[in-house]
Design a protein around this ligand. Structure first.
Ligand code: GLV
Length: 333
């Protein structure tokens, strides 16, 4: 049945041309906010709008949606762990996300953090600005060589593959896990393909944690991946191994990660945190962690493409059609 949309709200700014385009089908309002909105405000919006264009910080669970009038959520992100998708399916609420357009930008940020950690770029910048540099020193700011090392990718989806392409260009050995990351996983054709394309070898999570010099988390957050990297997995990491997280904070046990960083056992580049925008206080003064404010997909081009995909999904739904990025039609979900 074709949904009738009268009103849509975009949480966060939307490019003008897209507001106009969407405005031809539905009345559009923009709620420009930087901080996550309160539950009460989210409930108010859910009670007032047929369509919500959301972002990762917007709480769209049963408590927000129950009793509201929302018929569609178009999330401007590939991850949709902030949305209770099971509840939406139950209620016939359409949900779309933005896969495919942000893989390269997110892989670039992953590599930016990785190289910043491996070559101590942020620390070096602070050192120069503080006027501490007295001249060339043979042992100043020694970092890690990347070539010949092992790069572990947790989650070999679209973003994971882009990360693998970059790691391959850096002459690294690539190992990876997929959703079954137990010791008894069974390899299939996809693994053969990944071996051929990137020389990448599938391993269990524990093997990856143990063997990698550098680890990148690129899996979605869901019931199977929440807390996937716990104290036990962190303990398996090599001394001074680098962990990069551009997926979701809750994939990692944040307390265990902070502890390992405070003890200077490992190094990390973090773009995501368990309770954004809160960054654990203990990390602020550490040199062995590089921090970023959830900017994995933040390039002009990618953010525009994400907005376009989300708006397009709403317009198609308003015309009774299903966009390819409509999650409700995915057999895997
Ligand atoms: C961003 O965090 C995304 O999931 O696209």
């Amino acid at each position: 049945m074709q949904p009738i949309f009268h009103s849509a709200v975009s949480l966060g700014k939307l490019p003008e041309d897209l507001v106009d385009k969407l405005g031809q089908f539905v009345k559009v309002e923009i709620v420009d906010r930087t901080q996550p909105l309160s539950l009460e405000r989210m409930q108010e919006l859910a009670a007032s709008f047929d369509v919500i264009l959301s972002e990762p910080q917007d709480r769209l669970d049963r408590q927000t949606l129950e009793g509201g009038k929302v018929k569609m959520i178009a999330q401007r992100a590939v991850g949709f762990d902030n949305i209770d998708f099971e509840y939406c399916k139950e209620q016939g609420i359409l949900v779309a996300n933005t896969p495919g357009v942000l893989d390269k930008a997110t892989a670039d940020l992953t590599f930016s953090l990785f190289l910043a950690c491996a070559r101590r770029i942020v620390e070096a910048d602070k050192y120069v600005r503080a006027g501490l540099w007295n001249g060339f020193e043979n042992e100043l700011m020694l970092g890690h060589e990347t070539a010949g090392k092992t790069f572990g990718i947790v989650g070999m989806g679209r973003i994971g593959k882009e990360v693998a392409r970059r790691a391959q260009a850096f002459d690294m050995r690539i190992i990876y896990t997929r959703s079954d990351c137990s010791d008894s996983f069974e390899s299939d054709e996809k693994d053969l393909d990944l071996q051929q394309k990137y020389g990448a070898c599938r391993v269990s999570l524990n093997t990856l944690m143990r063997e990698s010099h550098f680890i990148s988390l690129n899996c979605p957050l869901n019931k199977d991946t929440a807390g996937l990297i716990g104290a036990e997995q962190i303990a398996l990491m090599k001394d001074q191994a680098i962990l990069i997280n551009t997926s979701r904070g809750k994939v990692v046990d944040e307390a265990a990660l902070v502890k390992a960083l405070v003890e200077n056992r490992i190094v990390a580049g973090l773009d995501v945190f368990s309770y954004e925008p809160n960054v654990p206080e203990a990390l602020i003064k550490l040199n062995n962690v590089v921090l970023a404010p959830h900017i994995g997909s933040a390039t002009e081009e990618t953010r525009k493409a994400m907005a376009q995909l989300a708006v397009n999904a709403v317009i198609m739904a308003a015309q009774g059609k299903s966009a390819a990025n409509l999650l409700n039609q995915s057999p895997a979900l």
